[in-house]
Ligand binder design. Structure first.
Ligand code: CP
Ligand code: NVA
Length: 300
């Protein structure tokens, strides 16, 4: 039976560990001639912009021996009213997998339900699980462990943090969140994670969250599709910037993470994102290795 990757919890803890191990092997170059997907075609269906997700998938698919077919969903008949259900059924006859980036999470759930091929979430308004895979690998590499790593996410309770909350379910990362009132992460995702025993809690104060952290993580205050809210939202986020003062509250060897793209001067300062403690470029590189391991695991 096909397996989708719509949220991080589509993986078991054991599958996640196997994926991280395989990603590290790909990264080491040990298996650079392996072409497990030779002759296959993977569709990349995007209707939001992307630098990392698009290029890392396209490159990774090529390295695995398959071809990537990139298309903006507006150029499909979908853009003229063809249903997702019909699109899913037809594309299942041509392709061996689909990576999709779109707005409503329900769109990819419908796509997955009507496809016979694996569907991979390349970001929705609710989740960004491929990002979380790279984030977990990066933490493991930089800290040498995941267990009890104190990770402070400071900023908007968006798709990126929703997937980090699910990362706390699958690993023993200790996640603390500081989000302005009204911008907390998705309640259902948070409560489900807590009920599954994840070490995750919301703190009101960014300083309290940053204190003694091993990892400081942030993301943009205005995600794609939320551009209407800009001025009102920025006011609410004053005090939630990762800057040198906040970084000084974390452990001296803390690392700084951001999924990128960053809005420098808003959620993070130049000084911090360009500091030796920042691992954002390694984090971006790890998208390639983890997604190759994911594709190898899912695409048959
Ligand atoms: N982090 C991330 O998903 O970046 P892109 O929007 O460039 O793909
Ligand atoms: N939260 C951001 C992540 C971009 C990779 C967005 O959805 O725009």
């Amino acid at each position: 039976m096909k397996k989708d990757f719509l949220t991080l919890l589509d993986l078991t803890p054991e599958e996640l560990q196997a994926l991280l191990k395989r990603a590290a092997e790909f990264k080491s170059g040990k298996d650079s001639s392996a072409c497990p997907l030779i002759g296959k075609s993977i569709g990349l269906l995007f209707n939001k912009t992307s630098t990392r997700t698009r290029i890392s998938f396209q490159t990774g698919i090529y390295q695995l021996g398959a071809q990537a077919i990139y298309i903006n969903t507006n150029d499909l008949q979908l853009g003229r009213g063809e249903t997702i259900e019909d699109t899913a059924k037809v594309l299942s006859r041509y392709l061996h997998g689909i990576v999709i980036r779109t707005y409503e999470h329900d769109t990819i759930v419908t796509l997955a339900l009507n496809s016979t091929i694996p569907i991979i979430n390349g970001l929705t308004d609710l989740h960004h699980p491929c990002q979380a895979l790279a984030d977990i690998l990066t933490i493991q590499e930089k800290k040498g462990r995941l267990k009890d790593v104190r990770m402070a996410y400071i900023g908007d309770g968006n798709n990126v943090v929703n997937s980090l909350i699910e990362a706390a379910v699958l690993t023993e990362i200790d996640l603390v969140l500081a989000c302005p009132h009204g911008y907390e992460p998705d309640k259902a995702i948070y409560e489900k994670a807590r009920s599954k025993g994840a070490k995750v809690k919301v703190l009101a104060n960014p300083d309290e969250a940053a204190k003694d952290a091993d990892v400081l993580y942030t993301d943009v205050w205005i995600s794609m599709g939320q551009e209407k809210e800009i001025e009102r939202k920025k006011k609410k986020f004053e005090g939630y910037q990762i800057n040198s003062r906040l970084l000084s509250l974390a452990k001296p060897d803390a690392i700084v993470m951001h999924c990128l793209p960053a809005h420098r001067g808003e959620e993070i300062t130049d000084e911090v994102i360009d500091s030796p403690q920042s691992v954002v470029i390694d984090q971006a590189e790890n998208r390639l290795h983890t997604q190759k391991a994911l594709l190898e695991m899912l695409v048959r």
